[in-house]
Design a protein around this ligand. Structure first.
Ligand SMILES: [Cu+2]
Length: 457
């Protein structure tokens, strides 16, 4: 029996264990499961108010069924296997087969009925971060509801009273459950489809894990020193590119459920923050940005016109967050010739390499033997050589003639002739340097005036 069949079968078992009657089982909608970590095509709404659906980076949108005026969703909290990038799979907790969970998408005014089945080894709840709802639907275990015990299914019912971007995550044993990857996005489209309209609408969550090289389960007690910096539980080069048509209006919604802030920097555009998890920012309150800092537990939606074609870097500006696992205790070796030492070490540790004496760029090129299931510190190959990145990095690819709704990777940008930085061949003029100070020691008289009234204080 393969894993998927096992999960399906255990689904039936779990519902049985919850002592839900046969009629009740039929009343619970099927819980779709996603096995792929690839970006799935947007889910065009089959019914209800029309809207331009979002694209979840390396994720998917949860299908629903409409019944008696309610949109019914079914989330299953369960252990999952998530490919962080090719070559590394993490054992996380998530929803419906993946971490993060699927994006829940609906329209302002929709009435939502969300079934939550717990297939974790401990109790859980779901909190709907930023959503205005009755207190008893807020999902805070112990405070607003009893916990959902393993094997049980709970139902949340509320009306989406405002549009915007929100998140969901457990409010039960939060430190463990969020460190294990339990989180997801909620996108509520405006009732009027003409409002806040864009051509492309991307969403992803910012998350982080501490997984010892060679292992697969996150260390849940880590507070700050994480080693896997991810978007939607993916690290570069596992994060899909963002294909965008030249001239299109684009929105990117990013939620931060890590323990630190992330200054997100996008090349090639000027953008404005148009939304937070509190709602839409009025146009009069927006200003141009190239980097937006996303605080812990917050969401920022940015919008821009893609006016420049090309391959544009998109990354967290904390340079340690665009790295794969690395040891922070490693001393800085720049300028140190340690080849003699390396020879001796390599007798004890086969495959040991000298690194860092000229900087760290060699890391992008060398292939030191790594433990199984471990990502390199710097990796990725671009059209001009190694990209030397890891973690929170991807590329926005702005192209002319990209069809609406085409999210396939268009490949590397073909630069027009004469528009790429090139090696200068020819005489190089002396660089201008600051003139050294030649005269020192001449006395200068300085008159000091105290600010008026200073002596009174
Ligand atoms: Cu960061």
């Amino acid at each position: 029996m393969d894993r998927r069949h096992f999960i399906r079968r255990s689904a039936a078992t779990a519902l049985g264990a919850a002592a839900v009657s046969r009629a009740a089982v039929a009343a619970v909608p099927e819980a779709p499961v996603q096995s792929s970590a690839e970006t799935q095509p947007p889910l065009v709404p089959p019914d209800g108010n029309p809207y331009n659906p979002v694209v979840t980076l390396n994720g998917w949108t949860l299908p629903w069924r409409s019944r008696d005026g309610w949109k019914e969703f079914h989330l299953v909290a369960e252990p999952v296997e998530r490919e962080i990038a090719p070559g590394m799979v993490a054992r996380l907790w998530g929803y419906n087969g993946q971490s993060p969970g699927p994006t829940i998408e609906c329209v302002e005014g929709d009435r939502l009925r969300i079934f939550v089945t717990n297939r974790l080894p401990e109790h859980t709840t779901i909190h709907w971060h930023g959503v205005l709802l009755p207190s008893g639907m807020d999902g805070v275990g112990g405070l607003s509801q009893p916990h959902i015990q393993p094997g049980k299914t709970f139902v949340y019912e509320f009306e989406m009273v405002k549009s915007g971007t929100f998140m969901y995550h457990p409010h039960a044993d939060e430190m463990v459950q969020m460190a294990m990857g339990m989180m997801g996005f909620i996108v509520v489209h405006p009732k009027d489809p003409a409002l806040h309209r864009v051509d492309r609408d991307f969403v992803f969550l910012i998350n982080a894990y501490d997984i010892e090289p060679g292992s697969a389960v996150p260390r849940v007690n880590t507070m700050l020193d994480f080693n896997l910096w991810t978007w939607n539980s993916r690290a570069f080069p596992g994060i899909d590119p963002l294909p965008v048509g030249l001239g299109e209006r684009v929105r990117i919604r990013m939620g931060n459920l890590t323990m630190t802030n992330h200054p997100m920097h996008l090349h090639g555009v000027e953008f404005a923050v148009t939304g937070t998890d509190g709602g839409w920012v009025p146009p009069s309150a927006r200003w141009p940005e190239a980097t937006v800092d996303i605080p812990v537990g917050a969401m920022r939606a940015i919008e821009f016109d893609a006016t420049l074609p090309g391959d544009w870097s998109f990354h967290c500006h904390k340079s340690h967050h665009t790295m794969g696992p690395m040891g922070h205790q490693v001393p800085t070796m720049i300028g140190v010739d340690h080849r003699g030492v390396a020879e001796k070490v390599s007798k004890l540790i086969p495959g040991y390499m000298v690194m860092g004496d000229r900087g760290m760029a060699d890391m992008g090129r060398m292939h030191m033997e790594l433990p199984e299931n471990t990502l390199p510190m710097m990796t990725g190959e671009g059209p001009f050589g190694p990209i030397e990145m890891g973690g929170m990095f991807t590329v926005m690819k702005v192209r002319a003639g990209l069809a609406k709704g085409d999210y396939r990777d268009p490949g590397w940008y073909e630069h027009p002739p004469g528009t790429v930085a090139r090696e200068w061949i020819g005489p190089v003029p002396e660089p201008v340097r600051a003139q050294p100070i030649t005269k020192v020691g001449t006395e200068t008289e300085v008159e000091v005036r105290k600010p008026a009234g200073h002596e009174h204080h």
